[in-house]
Design a protein around this ligand. Structure first.
Ligand code: PEP
Ligand code: MN
Length: 630
């Protein structure tokens, strides 16, 4: 049952109500809505809505229509993010879990861990208890295997995912693992589900061999009903009449699960296909379908693997898959971050050392593209500080009130955001990272609004420009400029008028529970914005493989060419070259250059010296990681 509370309900009234409900044997979950306070309640003997509506503070009681309650989106409309150490599953960053099917020996396991960590995996999976179809097949090393996994965590920092096959292993799981896996064969082992519910660690719940989605969600409900709501669902293929592949990967489960539950879902293309060559295509498709991550079997010597060798990727295949996912992720509004764990280590508040957590500044309001860029670059746990202008972001970073700032510098359709290029020139800050976001614009309005009934549209002027073709089809609309898309959404939400709509990015229930009247109205869907991360003193991990410079040259023939010759002679790829007017000197220009190299590298220092010699003004903006591993 969902209880919607009256608008003016006080904290004390809410607590009193929760006490009453608990004393009647209900589990109570408080859900912070944007506009209203909501309680989700589940009890073994629920009563009629009218009873709940008679309780003090309750305005409306709505029954949950599904047999699963705690896992239902009806009860918890916002997506849940499951934390495993520094890793968040269900946020904007893909989580790739990799490792061998089973832990076989110390050396092989550590070798595999090092290689998957290097290529961007953030959790390590290895079975110590293997539920095998044949009693004569390798059954896993048991506690010895778990000890090896602990060593993996110690050395690589990768959190450990391992399968539990019996409630009697609960103590071992408590001691050694970070995520308890419930395998497909045990999805309906209800005693096991209750036991993992009580362990209280995050659970990876695989879909049963021939389980319906509803049965699968009922199994998740068992775990949540024990008080453990950290469940990650894993689609791993189901048994069908098709025998070519080991199972049939039901990718439809991804969007279906996203609609039915708030829990995150990852996909296991290894057990779904059983064939190495089919794993990467299905992994790519899973991410395109909207999965929050993957669990993939990888082995350094799959031919010698004691289980599931034929479906285990070679390290080179895993590396290539991750590069592909790096490219696909922004298209579906996500990121693959190779420096995920290293970055987290930099950002984690260093308690005890008296250091404040590293705050990140951005311009705009929660829900804006800049806000999304911060969350995708630094994760959802980092303290963010929003400001009202790009200049203020630079000032906050310059005065070290924020360790980092995130600002957009370039859009693939509309070009550079010159204000930020000018600020990069003015302030003595360094670029320490970059990130690309796909910009998809939607028309958002009140639930009862219709496109035909709209009269006024709010958004940023650049957004109107990016949606020109669509807007031209509706010439009667008044376009009202706002300073950013998120404030436009806020304006329309608060106005409550069905004649008004805002154009903004993907709807995020947390910030804007509004109806999508029309999705993807940007003229060109290949619409990406590049953000840079700026800092005064901090640096970020990851190989530095890109550099940005600003310079001017003397007013004589070949002067610019002389600088470009330096790049050509040193085999350096120029990825951006743009001229900007020098404000105080009409018809003179500064050149903004991005290079695909680290110009600060020791054996490249002569390049900087040569450039200094050939330029009149020279400013080095920073060397940083362009995101993809090289
Ligand atoms: C496994 O993850 O190695 C495994 C046995 O998977 P499933 O339970 O999906 O068959
Ligand atoms: Mn396996």
């Amino acid at each position: 049952m969902i209880l919607v509370l009256g608008k003016g309900t006080t904290r004390e009234e809410v607590e009193r109500l929760k006490d009453i409900l608990r004393s009647e044997g209900h589990m109570v979950k408080e859900i912070g809505g944007v506009e209203e306070r909501v309680l989700g309640i589940v009890g073994k003997t629920p009563r009629e809505s009218a009873y709940y509506e008679s309780l003090p503070g309750v305005e409306k009681a709505v029954p949950i229509s599904k047999p699963y309650k705690l896992v239902s989106r009806e009860l918890h409309p916002a997506a849940s993010i499951i934390k495993v150490g520094d890793v968040s599953i269900g946020g904007g960053r893909l989580v790739v879990v990799a490792g061998p099917c089973g832990v076989e020996d110390r050396r092989t396991t550590l070798d595999i861990a090092r290689v998957v960590r290097k290529h961007g995996a953030v959790l390590f999976r290895g079975g110590a208890f293997k539920p095998r179809t044949s009693p004569y097949a390798f059954q896993g090393l048991g506690e010895e295997g778990l000890k090896i996994l602990s060593e993996v965590r110690e050395e690589t920092g990768l959190g450990i995912v391992s399968e539990m096959t019996s409630p009697s292993q609960a103590d071992l799981m408590m001691k050694y693992v970070d995520v308890v896996q419930v395998g497909a064969r045990n999805m309906q082992n209800f005693e096991l589900l209750k036991s993992v519910g009580r362990i209280g660690k995050p659970v990876l719940l695989k879909r049963g061999l021939s389980a319906t989605i509803e049965e699968w969600l009922m199994s998740a409900e068992y775990i949540l009903s024990e008080g453990n709501d950290q469940v990650i669902l894993c689609e791993r293929g189901i048994r069908t009449f098709e025998r070519y592949t080991r199972n049939t990967l039901d990718l439809t489960a991804v969007p279906v699960i996203k609609k039915l539950t708030h829990l995150p879902i990852i996909v296991d293309p290894s057990h779904a296909t059983g064939i190495r060559a089919k794993v990467s295509p299905m992994a790519r498709a899973s991410i395109a379908a909207g999965a929050d991550g993957l669990i993939v079997e990888v082995h350094t010597e799959p031919d010698k693997a004691l289980s599931d060798g034929p479906q285990s990727l070679y390290p080179e295949q895993f590396e290539q898959l991750m590069r592909d996912l790096y490219v696909i992720a922004p298209v579906v509004g996500k990121q693959l971050d190779y420096a995920y764990l290293d970055k987290a280590a930099v950002m984690r508040p260093r308690r005890g050392e008296g250091r404040a957590p590293a705050t990140v500044a951005y311009s705009g309001v929660p829900g804006s593209f800049s806000h999304k860029a911060c969350a995708q670059f630094f994760g959802t746990e980092v303290p963010l500080r929003n400001s009202s202008s790009f200049r203020e972001v630079f000032e906050l970073v310059d005065s070290e009130q924020a360790a980092f700032g995130v600002v957009p510098v370039e859009n693939s359709l509309t070009g550079s955001i010159h204000e930020n290029y000018d600020l990069l020139l003015e302030f003595e800050l360094k670029i320490v990272g970059e990130l690309t976001l796909r910009i998809k614009h939607n028309l958002l309005g009140q639930a009862e609004a219709t496109i035909e009934g709209l009269e006024r549209i709010y958004s940023h002027p650049q957004v109107f420009q990016q949606c020109r073709e669509y807007l031209e089809k509706n010439p009667g609309w008044d376009l009202i400029a706002f300073k950013d898309t998120a404030s436009a959404v806020q304006r329309v939400r608060e106005g409550g008028d069905p004649k008004e709509a805002a154009i903004a990015g993907e709807e995020d229930e947390q910030f804007s529970p509004m109806a999508v009247l029309k999705e993807g109205i940007e003229t060109n869907p290949r619409n990406f914005t590049r953000f840079v991360v700026i800092s005064r003193n901090e640096s970020l991990p990851g190989p530095q493989n890109k550099s940005s410079l600003i310079y001017s040259v003397s007013d004589k023939p070949g002067a610019l060419f002389e600088t470009l010759r330096i790049f050509a002679q040193n085999g350096i790829n120029i990825v951006k070259l743009e001229s900007r007017p020098i404000h105080s000197r009409p018809w003179e220009y500064l050149f903004y250059v991005d290079l695909e190299t680290d110009v600060t590298e020791e054996n490249r220092s002569h390049i900087l010296a040569e450039l200094l010699d050939k330029t009149e003004f020279f400013k080095f903006l920073g060397s940083y990681n362009k995101g993809a591993q090289v």
